[in-house]
Design a protein around this ligand. Sequence first.
Ligand SMILES: *Cc1c(COP(=O)(O)O)cnc(C)c1O
Length: 295
Amino acid sequence: MKELRFENITVDNVTIPLFAQKKIELSVLRIDKLHDTVSGNKWFKLRYYISEAVEQQKKQIITFGGAYSNHIVATAAACRISRLVCTGIIRGEEPTSLSPTLLQSKELGMQLVFISREDYAVKKLPDLLNDKDHYIINEGGYGRTGAKGAASITDHFTPADYSHICCAVGTGTMMAGLLNALPGQEVIGISTMKNNFQLEDAVRQLLNELKRPVRLFHDYHFGGYAKYKPELLSFMNELYKTTGIPSDFVYTGKLFYAINDLVAKDFFPPGSKLLLIHSGGLQGNRSLSKDTLIF
Ligand SMILES: *Cc1c(COP(=O)(O)O)cnc(C)c1O
């Protein structure tokens, strides 16, 4: 298990002809380079949950996720680093062969418990986990403690250098953390799910300043969560060719695609300085068939 490498986090200034033509400056915060498994925003969201569990001397961490969840494998890795016992409650029947994500989580020491989709929907804990000595982290790390951790992503760049901070959104925890930490910037979120219109509310629940506008785009899901179309994959390959930046098809690929499209449509005024959060998630690309991506 490798160490977390904060010194690897960089702000990359990126040149894309379309952006230059529209007089938009683009930088990318590479928190994906923090670690190959606890990738990007997941460690930030987990940090205060983990320290709280340690303080409260909890015997184990329990969290929830699907078979390809970045959050599950990040929790497994973070618990390993902090020497905490952890259990992942996984949605659906146990498959005959585990996904790469679950295999790795197991190798990192996470106990996997599979529950039916019905039980998962209500987050019902299996009987064997019903003693009280555990610490539960919500699916995706959603919550105020997660947002507080995500707010510390802003320690890795100079906010005043940017007009807009853009991120991919799942549960909304990272976006809420960014909004809380960045009173002077516009924060733009790209939803990775289809018609998830309760997301504004989910973000708002975690805000310190309730009047803050929550600016979300819902049109860049490519069919739904973890769904994609050839157009997205070829965009990701093209992005890699022009900038050297790898992206994932669930989150950051959709983020880059959306921002590129919004720039083309003149959403951002000339002179805008954009910072895109590269929140990681590259491990998820392992579920694509080989040769689809050039990186
Ligand atoms: C989980 C994840 C997100 C979404 O974060 P939320 O706080 O759930 O909105 C974005 N990008 C990547 C790479 C992720 O793994």
